[in-house]
Design a protein around this ligand. Structure first.
Ligand SMILES: [Zn+2]
Length: 163
């Protein structure tokens, strides 16, 4: 995806208030991110590990989501599969819950899905980050097809939040 600025990211949030979008933590090292290899940029709030964010481009427009990661009890931590990139990373997946946008948010509605805990889906798909033995399915898809599928899954998640 094309590199985004802090300002572009802050104004791209679809499911939090303008005030929240202004205050939330955006990575300081945006210029150093491997944008060419990213289908979305995801990060954890360094001050609040149960908060995560992701931003992607939809029809060339930046769209960002604020996510909550309810901390599971340790016995619940398991090596599941990410619903975006279909990797089962050694670092695990986390249930990430997005409050819905607009009126549904006021009613407390949200959408949850399992995502790689480190939000590094794009790098796992491209083999740029080691997800551990047996983490990736053996598939006959090309890399382009896997990237397309991940992008489509991210778009579908966004669509559920804004629906
Ligand atoms: Zn993933």
């Amino acid at each position: 995806m094309k590199p985004l600025t802090e300002q572009e990211i802050r104004s791209a949030f679809v499911n939090c208030t303008k005030g929240e979008a202004k205050r939330l933590s955006v990575p300081r090292d945006l210029a150093a991110k491997p944008w060419d290899d990213l289908d979305y940029l995801g990060w954890r709030d360094p001050q609040a590990y149960d908060r995560a964010y992701l931003v992607t481009l939809l029809d060339d427009r930046p769209r960002a989501l604020a996510l909550r990661c309810p901390t599971p009890a340790s016995w619940q931590t398991q090596r599941g599969m990410c619903s975006l990139c279909l990797t089962s990373p050694a670092d695990g997946v986390s249930l990430m819950v997005a409050p819905k946008a607009g009126k549904a948010r006021q009613q407390g509605n949200s959408v949850g899905t399992y995502i790689c805990s480190d939000l590094a889906c794009s790098l796992y798909v491209r083999g740029k980050k080691d997800a551990g033995a047996g983490a990736r399915l053996h598939e006959s898809l090309t890399l382009e097809e896997k990237i397309e599928r991940t992008t489509a899954n991210v778009a579908a998640f966004l669509a559920k939040v804004t629906a």
